[in-house]
Ligand binder design. Structure first.
Ligand code: SF4
Length: 249
């Protein structure tokens, strides 16, 4: 088991250089009705259902460093080409490299784009100051993707210490306390009714809107994802997989 905050510190030395951050891809994506996407390198979790491979396992070997200005330039050109009004950083964990992200958001704030920050929330839960810094950006929305419904399931799915589950919920608390726009998401396949009820109660105890706006995301059943789940002894019902395949079409 590992401490994801410690892992993030180690990764920072690999994927952050001055105000640059490593990215491995820039692309147009269909999510959110169309969004220009920068895929960063390096994540502080090791989710069994993660589709990312080399950027997660070999951050030293993948991608190259981009300054915030270069990232915005790439995203802007994709968005202009496709007529998108939204930008995001995704792929791995965007909150590793705080100064880079904040500088990027400062640049985006001078445009008319809406920015969606997709995060596992670990670093925003570990430091309320980080959430406060994000809250000053008016065109930012944060999507915290929860990895499981409770500490035990979180640990089984990510291999991280179960205590770190709380950091994800604290991230939502910190963001809301700071006045940031945010919502929570969870993977449908790992939110069975007997666990989902408990999670919804926890979310409602932070803020009722989190339960009302809880988003379900769906496993992308790539062969390497299925193999990883099997290796870790995590089963997914065939019925759920069928639903995932349909949702990802
Ligand atoms: S938090 Fe996201 S990027 Fe990181 S391992 Fe989990 S699914 Fe992959």
């Amino acid at each position: 088991m590992y401490d994801p905050v410690e892992l993030a510190e180690k990764l920072k030395k690999i994927v952050v250089r001055d105000d640059g951050r490593k990215y491995y891809r820039f692309r147009a994506a269909r999510f959110y009705g169309g969004i220009a996407t920068a895929d960063c390198v390096g994540c502080c979790l090791r989710c069994a259902f993660c589709w990312s491979r080399a950027p997660l396992i070999n951050p030293e070997r993948v991608g190259r460093f981009y300054s915030p200005k270069e990232v915005l330039g790439k995203l802007d050109s994709i968005a202009s080409k496709h007529g998108y009004s939204q930008l995001r950083v995704s792929g791995n964990e965007p909150t590793i490299g705080r100064q880079h992200l904040l500088k990027l958001l400062e640049l985006v704030e001078r445009t008319s784009y809406r920015f969606i920050l997709e995060t596992n929330g670990i670093l925003l839960g570990a430091d309320a100051g980080y959430a406060r810094e994000l809250a000053r950006f008016e065109n930012l929305h944060v999507r915290v993707s929860l990895k499981g419904c409770d500490p035990q399931q979180f640990s089984k799915l990510t291999g991280a210490e179960p205590e770190a589950f709380e950091l994800q919920l604290t991230a939502l608390q910190n963001l809301l306390d700071a006045g940031a726009s945010c919502h929570a998401a969870i993977m449908r396949e790992f939110a069975p009714p007997e666990k989902l009820g408990g999670l919804k109660q926890r979310l409602a105890s932070i803020d009722r809107s989190l339960t009302q706006r809880l988003e379900f995301e769906y496993l992308i059943p790539f062969p390497h994802v299925i193999r990883k789940l099997v290796r870790r002894g995590i089963s997914v019902k065939c019925e759920s997989l069928r639903e995932s395949i349909q949702k990802n079409r």
